[in-house]
Design a protein around this ligand. Structure first.
Ligand code: SF4
Ligand code: SF4
Length: 75
């Protein structure tokens, strides 16, 4: 199973309009904008809360997730 630290928000620099909203809302202070383009400062800082994805006005940043199936035995 992947560890949470394996994931970071995915950022599309071609879409990003460099507004800085994702950096401003991040409660973990995990995002730093360099030349206007956001980057995750350090692996493991992101808590995958999704605030940056919600704040982005253009859908340039998204938080990955995994779906795990919990199989129960048939009776
Ligand atoms: S998902 Fe949450 S903790 Fe991670 S970079 Fe976005 S706002 Fe910050
Ligand atoms: S909120 Fe979206 S458009 Fe604004 S800097 Fe972040 S990724 Fe780029």
């Amino acid at each position: 199973m992947p560890d949470q630290n394996d994931f970071s928000p995915l950022i599309d620099p071609a879409l990003c309009i460099r507004c800085g909203a994702c950096e401003a809302v991040c409660p973990a202070d995990a995002i730093s904008c360099q030349d206007g383009i956001p980057r995750v400062k350090e692996k493991g800082m992101c808590t995958l809360c999704g605030e940056c994805e919600s704040a982005c006005p253009i859908g340039a940043i998204s938080v990955p997730f995994t779906i795990e199936w919990a199989l129960s035995p048939r009776s």
